[in-house]
Write a protein that binds this ligand. Structure first.
Ligand SMILES: *[C@@H]1O[C@H](CO)[C@@H](O)[C@H](O)[C@H]1NC(C)=O
Ligand SMILES: *[C@@H]1O[C@H](CO)[C@@H](O)[C@H](O)[C@H]1NC(C)=O
Ligand SMILES: *[C@@H]1O[C@H](CO)[C@@H](O)[C@H](O)[C@H]1NC(C)=O
Ligand SMILES: *[C@@H]1O[C@H](CO)[C@@H](O)[C@H](O)[C@H]1NC(C)=O
Ligand SMILES: *[C@@H]1O[C@H](CO)[C@@H](O)[C@H](O)[C@H]1NC(C)=O
Length: 805
């Protein structure tokens, strides 16, 4: 259909994460800049001669500014000569500014640095290995789809990547035998095989900024666990008996369990953090497009506030654009900066942006206080004798004299006094939304026997379980007398906690903690069948989309809380150097965990419908998503118990069994995105550069509202009616679909409101006319939906409107 210029639909999952900042070059004021030139005039299938010519044009451009070829050689880090046209170079600010003025240069920007921050989830999504007709069977388990991960590398010995029963590597793979992995004790003969078909690393920009990587570590081997976890969530094979401390025991597997997988390592350790640089990421994307992969999972990207405002100066957004023009769908994480509004990242319309929600499985442990209070919390790690009572102490009461209360409440390193906390259960406040292992380390180093970990208000009721170094239980309740900015509902909250015996509720007495308080901790256990589920994870980043307000983001939600998947033996489950443990599987949190679920599902759709465009696959997954939970009530938000809405979950929670047969799709091709850029105000010359350098003419009639997106967002309405155009493509049997549309406070009319399709891939266009009423408050978003149905398929699009005048 539409844009399938190439044989294979490919999908890139950009599961970007958080913390972005700008790296300093080590030796001078030079920094790594990306010089972006658009698409190559050699088109989408470059020969090696084309690539050489592109590289020499990059050197010529650099030489013309730096004065000599030697200086250009010295400055050049990468020449992107395959699909992305541009290069990365170490430059002074004035040199970069000079290059930006050259003809044909689309943009010049600093290579931003990004920092990184999954068993049961597939059953929860309705996929079962032994069932007959789920999306897994229909999508043939994603067989022969190639999933690539741009992340921290891979642990090749993981059982998730064994190749027993796999046929030859699909011929569309053009990546050859590149397998940049080192052997360790116990390595099999072939580190790459018919399952893990390739591994490469990209470190040049990281090394330019941070100095050389240790020679033994110049490998695509995962020494941080993240990449192994995410790759196995998307494409790991079935591995029975996967568990962490015996909880979550079950069969680990990815969304496309029979897919082939490739790892591109771009994230490197620096002391105890990691660093993923845009210049390295762009090189990995350029390579992955050329290697012929179907799905790439990129775990890094856009951070709120630091992400470029402009799509032409963001390496990850541009990389995703080139992937889309090569028929690859980019799936990315929404970010972990929720629950605050406007925090969602990866807002470009060609990226599939995924938020995180819970599944119906919990790992629980009960804290029983000697004063009668009981709290059901989350835990992977409690193995204490359940009947023994231990002394309980608040971290603020157990602090060292020189530590501040502000630091001690979060159990920051060096704040707890062993003389006070040794042998006790210490209560710490969770600082970071998704990671608190440093708090567990402080509890352990100060001799605490266990830790209770209390959510702050912004973390709501989302309990994230980690393989802590001490037995640990997280919970969200306010303990009376335990400080002021702690978890729990503020007084007079309009949304009081619900009736007891639901997930998070507990019996609470009122006595404040006292020095004599003791607690018992029950062993961690797995509980399946939780209701309600899914619930929005409080940390999942929220709309509105600050970069492209007319595109609703996130697009959908998928499981991202307490996800168990394969892990690296090259690091500890906490990634802390002080932690000697090594786990084959681990439980991790975040929108990084939800995006591979969607890439796995996209892999099934790709196997089933190899000619569909990336936008068609995305539409299928979005229009079949649900806004209801497993109690058939509207999905709730773990942050405040209110109902979640489109700024939290986009179109809703992914439903793979429906996504594979959506009935109708909203398709979008390269031209449509270019028209969208015209309507967004970019000039024709820049837009032409993105069009494989052939001139693109912006036609006057395009409105930004008319991009054929599977959701409708009108953030600037006046009182006059606004007309939105959409086109549906039939991908099911012939049929007549009727429309219903409703938005709170607005009149919505669909013309025509019935469409008949007589054949496959037939297209029909319709208009949606939206008129707000003067009764509606200005600047307040109103929500609703447009639904097309033939009685069998339900094709649903959320509508979001805001009155400005
Ligand atoms: C794009 O096309 C123009 C006009 O044909 C040409 O001058 C320019 O060099 C091309 N740019 C690239 C990067 O190939
Ligand atoms: C996990 O489950 C399998 C199959 O039920 C069982 O054989 C195995 O002992 C269990 N492992 C643990 C650690 O509970
Ligand atoms: C307090 O002093 C101890 C040594 O007595 C030191 O190890 C610790 O880092 C200090 N903590 C802070 C927060 O300054
Ligand atoms: C992609 O990377 C993100 C971030 O690390 C991760 O959450 C996700 O699971 C990965 N997805 C796949 C399909 O590997
Ligand atoms: C669509 O509308 C027509 C006319 O009102 C009606 O006859 C038909 O049953 C409707 N179809 C569906 C699937 O609701």
């Amino acid at each position: 259909m539409g844009s399938s210029k190439f044989h294979y639909l490919r999908i890139i999952v950009l599961s970007f994460l958080l913390f972005t900042f700008l790296p300093e070059a080590v030796h001078s004021s030079k920094k790594c800049y990306i010089v972006y030139l658009g698409a190559h005039s050699h088109g989408p299938s470059p020969t090696s001669l084309d690539m050489e010519a592109a590289t020499s044009s990059h050197y010529n451009l650099l030489t013309s500014v730096l004065g000599s070829h030697e200086k250009a050689e010295e400055a050049m880090i990468y020449s992107y000569n395959k699909h992305i046209n541009g290069f990365a170079a170490l430059l002074e600010e004035e040199e970069a500014a000079h290059i930006a003025k050259k003809p044909n240069v689309v943009s010049v920007f600093l290579s931003k640095e990004h920092k990184l921050q999954t068993t049961r989830s597939w059953d929860f999504l309705g996929l079962r290995r032994d069932a007959k007709n789920t999306a897994w069977q229909k999508g043939r388990f994603g067989e022969n789809t190639i999933i690539a991960n741009i992340d921290t590398g891979v642990w090749p010995e993981s059982k998730s990547f064994r190749d027993g029963g796999y046929g030859p590597i699909p011929s569309k793979w053009r990546g050859g035998k590149a397998c940049q992995l080192d052997r360790v004790h116990g390595s099999p003969k072939n580190l790459c095989n018919r399952k893990l078909i390739g591994a490469r690393f990209f470190s040049d920009v990281f090394e330019a900024a941070n100095g050389k990587v240790n020679p033994n570590e110049r490998t695509a081997r995962d020494l941080q666990g993240h990449g192994t976890h995410t790759l196995s969530t998307a494409g790991g094979d079935f591995v029975p008996g996967a568990h962490v401390f015996a909880v979550g025991n079950g069969t680990a597997k990815g969304g496309s369990p029979k897919a082939r997988v490739v790892s591109y390592k771009v994230c490197w350790s620096r002391t105890d953090e990691n660093s993923c640089n845009e210049g390295d990421i762009m090189s990995a994307i350029d390579q992955a497009i050329n290697d012929g992969v179907d799905i790439i999972n990129l775990s890094v990207g856009g951070r709120r506030g630091v992400t470029a405002e402009d799509i032409l100066t963001d390496g990850v957004t541009l990389g995703a654009f080139h992937a889309m023009s090569n028929n690859i769908l980019c799936v990315a994480s929404a970010g972990n900066d929720g629950p605050y509004p406007g925090t969602v990242v990866n807002g470009a319309p060609w990226i599939f942006t995924i938020g995180a929600s819970t599944i119906d499985r919990d790992f629980t442990s009960t804290i029983t206080f000697s004063d009668g209070r009981k709290i059901i919390g989350g835990s992977l790690s409690v193995t204490l004798p359940p009947d023994e009572a231990f002394d309980f102490i608040l971290a603020t009461d157990g602090k060292l004299a020189n530590a501040t209360i502000q630091d001690a409440q979060f159990c920051k390193p060096g704040t707890l006094d062993p003389a006070k906390v040794k042998g006790k259960v210490v209560n710490c406040i969770r600082k970071d939304n998704i990671k608190s292992v440093v708090e567990g380390l402080e509890a352990k180093s100060s001799g605490a026997l266990a830790m209770s970990l209390q959510n702050q208000k912004q973390q709501g009721k989302t309990l994230t379980d980690e393989a802590q170094m001490v037995p640990s239980v997280s919970y969200h309740k306010k303990l009376s007398g335990s400080g002021t900015n702690l978890g729990g509902h503020p007084p007079n909250s309009p949304h009081p906690p619900k009736a007891p015996n639901t997930y998070y509720d507990v019996i609470t007495a009122t006595a404040p903690p006292s020095p004599s308080l003791t607690v018992k901790l029950s062993p961690a256990k797995t509980v399946i069948g939780r209701k309600p589920a899914p619930v929005m994870a409080s940390y999942s980043s929220r709309g509105p989309n600050k970069i492209q307000p007319s595109i609703l983001k996130p697009d959908i939600i998928a499981p991202g809380v307490n996800i168990l998947a394969a892990y690296s033996l090259g690091t500890s489950p906490t990634t802390l150097l002080q932690d000697p443990r090594r786990f084959e599987f681990n439980v991790l949190q975040g929108t990084s965990m939800s995006s591979p679920h969607v890439s796995g599902i996209a892999g099934l759709l790709k196997t089933l419908h190899p000619t569909w465009s990336p936008a068609a696959i995305k539409s299928a997954i979005m229009t079949t998503a649900t806004t209801r939970d497993n109690t058939n009530r509207p999905i709730q938000d773990a942050f405040d118990d209110k109902l979640a809405g489109p700024f939290d979950y986009g179109s809703g929670h992914v439903q793979p069994d429906l996504a594979i047969e959506p009935g109708l799709v909203y398709d979008i091709g390269l031209k449509d995105y270019l028209n969208f850029l015209c309507a967004s105000g970019y000039n024709e010359q820049l837009i032409s550069a993105l069009n494989y350098n052939s001139t693109f003419v912006c036609r006057g009639s395009h409105s930004i509202n008319d991009l054929n997106y599977p959701s409708i967002t009108l953030p600037n309405l006046g009182l006059d009616p606004v007309i939105v155009k959409r086109t549906l493509t039939n991908v099911g049997p012939p049929g007549t679909y009727n429309a219903t549309a409703k938005v709170d406070g607005s009149e919505v009319t669909v013309v025509p409101n019935s469409l008949s399709f007589t054949k496959m891939y037939e297209k029909k266009t319709f208009k949606v006319i939206v008129q707000t009423s003067s009764v509606i408050q200005r600047y307040k978003y109103q929500f609703g939906a447009l639904v097309w149905s033939d009685g069998k398929h339900i094709v649903r699009s959320p509508i979001t409107v805001r009155r400005r005048n």
